[in-house]
Design a protein around this ligand. Structure first.
Ligand code: G
Ligand code: G
Ligand code: MN
Ligand code: NA
Length: 254
């Protein structure tokens, strides 16, 4: 069997699972969200990371049924955490360009919310800047539909595209995720500090929640706090982890 065929049967056989990386509010210190990240427990090759199969899934179109599963599972898990009395959080799922172009995306998302009973406001779709720019014409209308549904929309990898500022103006976003390339050198690169600071205040002025990704050190955290960045995500706070472990962490930080 080819990897592609194995992926197709793997989706049906339940070989895929999600890990959750915590997102913290910098002021309260509380967990306010999680990014869901897909993994594949391959029967022969073991645990595979998205870097090893997402491109193939995108090129083959399998990302559509896989993404449908990811969205539904993230909603189901988040609802389960809420039902067990944990503090409500937002779960973010990554959406590929191929999924975004698929006519079924909005109904897949609506179905996932209806079937799991999760309120739309606790689901966030992460759309990359390049995806939005490439599909600028259709993107606004589809995003408006998602916003009417009540789903949150984040721009992922912000600052890496060719028209970041135009994107902020045109798209109905709720959150801006600063790409980790601007965060990694904050401790020693003065121009990265200026850029990060400017993005954070720009996002705030536009009424967006700003998330810094890839925060790895206490020094980066302190700088981001001094800029009044609202939410942080990165290895310094927690790696992507199994749902059970995330549930325990969420229970501890009540
Ligand atoms: O942790 P990490 O190696 O998991 O993720 C690597 C990349 O794979 C990231 O850019 C992330 O956006 C992408 N990715 C992870 N999970 C998903 C998913 O469920 N769907 C899509 N489309 N991309 C994902
Ligand atoms: O492209 P996207 O932002 O969806 O990718 C999320 C990716 O970033 C995942 O592969 C995740 O494991 C990784 N990641 C999360 N936190 C950190 C971090 O602090 N440092 C680094 N280098 N990668 C991180
Ligand atoms: Mn992401
Ligand atoms: Na990102």
């Amino acid at each position: 069997l080819t990897l592609l065929e194995e992926m197709r049967t793997g989706i049906e056989n339940g070989e895929f699972f999600l890990e959750y990386q915590p997102q913290y509010n910098l002021v309260s210190g509380r967990i306010v969200g999680a990014e869901a990240l897909v993994r594949w427990q391959h029967p022969a090759l073991g645990r595979m990371m998205p870097g090893e199969f997402i491109t193939l899934a995108e090129e083959s179109g399998l990302i559509v049924p896989l993404g449908r599963w990811v969205t539904r599972e993230a909603c189901r898990q988040n609802k389960e955490w809420q039902e067990s009395g944990l503090m409500p959080i937002t779960v973010g799922v990554n959406v590929s360009a191929r999924q975004f172009r698929d006519d079924g995306l909005i109904s897949d998302v609506r179905d996932a919310l209806e079937e799991t009973g999760l309120a739309a406001t606790y689901l966030e779709l992460e759309l990359t800047e390049s995806l939005l720019i490439k599909n600028a014409d259709q993107a606004v209308g589809l995003m408006d539909d998602f916003r009417r549904l009540g789903v949150k929309l984040a721009i992922d990898d912000f600052g890496t595209g060719y028209s970041s500022l135009a994107a902020l103006k045109s798209f109905p976003l709720t959150r801006l995720k600063i790409d980790r390339s601007f965060i990694s050198d904050l401790d020693f690169d003065e121009s990265d500090r200026c850029i990060a600071k400017a993005i954070i205040s720009l996002g705030r002025e536009l009424g967006l929640c700003v998330v810094a990704e890839g925060v790895e050190t206490a020094k980066q955290q302190a700088f981001l706090a001094s800029c009044r960045c609202e939410v942080v995500q990165g290895y310094h706070f927690g790696r992507p982890m199994a749902a059970r472990k995330f549930g325990k962490l969420l229970a501890m930080t009540l």
